[in-house]
Design a protein around this ligand. Structure first.
Ligand SMILES: *Cc1c(COP(=O)(O)O)cnc(C)c1O
Length: 396
């Protein structure tokens, strides 16, 4: 690990109760051991390739390129992975690590249910018990994913505290881990929380940029000029950026959810509207009210609806290495429809935030320049909500 104390500039760290120190230290030691273990890495690669379907395609979006009339656009197709998003990359890595550590139980938080479904999937495959904490509100909004998790053999625990959404599910999962660390691994879903999670999740997602780099080199013999990804906690974006951070010619652009706009209270754009703070075990930027309390956040996309951002993104923002832009619900919905109609690819509404910014960026770039957009997931799960947004009521 390049950051032994878990700091990214002033961000990151381990702001956790004493009782969890043992668990995160044990995890860090195990990770430092297994990440260099050839047989662990062989097993993980086999799971990623044979089970999750990697490497994912780097698809040249020719019609979109022609239509926008500027940079050549490539889509990194994480939507084609088993369970339909990039989440499986991280989950398979953590589940295998937990198994090597002798853990028999995985717990996880989930918002929309994507990470919960991925964790329940890995637990079924590896023969582990699984408990998923989910805000009560979200269990109602995402009933189908609750069914999927239970079908896969997981127990789903509705969380009734706070706003009964994702941030409360994270808090509850951390509390549950505190009370049972012997046999349990907390499979955290993004590049956030206390060290070593931001580093460990980034490393498991870095397979995205490793593949993009070699796929593009093979096809174009070039580096991209810009890499775009949506940012909730920031795991698909960190994975997409990682192997390009040292390549200073590559613009790294994170697309946050502005919701109804960054000048309204209904937003989830953390870099645009947040302030430094400490929450969920880390120092980073968080959306806060005037008293410094974590503010309720809103986005049409449940996967981007988190009041913080991973500490490495906070650092990439502070140093100017990455840029962060805000994309509204309206722009994301338009991009969701655009990609469906132009390329026949229905992206997750989260990923559509990155597509929306590419639609603004590409026309002003030269035809010999290259943009890579990470399509973090597929959009089947969003169709009913987008139809509703457009005033059409369809049954799920
Ligand atoms: C969960 C999710 C996200 C947001 O999480 P990150 O950690 O920011 O990547 C984005 N896209 C999809 C499809 C998701 O399921």
């Amino acid at each position: 690990m390049s950051n032994p104390n878990g700091r990214f500039g002033i961000h990151g760290g381990q702001y956790i109760p004493e009782i969890l120190m043992h668990a995160v230290t044990e995890l860090e030691e195990a990770y430092n051991h297994y990440r260099q273990d050839p047989s662990f890495n062989r097993e993980l690669t086999t799971l990623l390739n044979e089970y999750a379907g990697r490497p994912s395609r780097l698809y040249y979006a020719e019609k979109m390129t022609r239509d926008l009339g500027g940079a050549r656009i490539y889509l990194k197709r994480e939507d084609l992975n088993h369970t339909g998003s990039h989440k499986i990359n991280n989950v398979l890595g953590q589940a295998l690590l937990a198994k090597k550590m002798g853990k028999t139980r995985l717990i996880a938080e989930t918002g929309a249910g994507q990470h919960g479904v991925a964790t329940a999937t890995a637990a079924a495959l590896l023969g582990m018990k699984c408990v998923v904490y989910m805000g009560q509100e979200d269990t109602i909004r995402q009933a189908l994913n609750v069914y999927r998790m239970r079908l896969l053999g997981a127990e789903v625990v509705p969380v009734k505290t706070g706003t009964a959404t994702l941030k409360d599910a994270v808090s509850e999962a951390m509390r549950a881990w505190t009370s049972r660390i012997e046999d349990t691994h907390y499979c955290l879903g993004s590049v956030m929380g206390p060290h070593p999670f931001p580093t460990l999740v980034r490393d498991f997602q870095a397979v995205i940029s490793r593949e993009v780099k070699s796929q593009l080199m093979e096809r174009e013999g070039l580096l991209p000029d810009a890499v775009l990804a949506c940012v909730g906690g920031g795991s698909n974006a960190m994975g997409s950026f990682y192997h390009f951070i040292e390549e200073k010619s590559v613009r790294l652009i994170g697309c946050e959810a502005a919701g109804r706009g960054i000048d309204t209270f209904e937003t989830a754009a953390t870099i645009a509207t947040g302030r430094p703070g400490i929450f969920h075990g880390m120092k980073s930027y968080f959306c806060q009210d005037q008293y410094g309390q974590i503010a309720p956040v809103y986005s049409i996309s449940a996967g981007l609806d988190y009041p913080g951002i991973g500490p490495e993104h906070a650092y990439l923002h502070d140093t100017g290495r990455a840029e962060y832009v805000s994309v509204t619900d309206e722009e994301a919905v338009a991009a969701f429809e655009y990609l469906s109609q132009t390329e026949g690819i229905i992206p997750a509404i989260e990923s559509a935030h990155a597509v929306a910014h590419a639609m603004q960026l590409a026309p002003g770039m030269r035809k010999d320049q290259i943009i890579v957009i990470t399509i973090s997931g597929r959009g089947d799960k969003d169709c009913a909500a987008i139809a509703r947004y457009r005033g059409e009521d369809i049954h799920e």
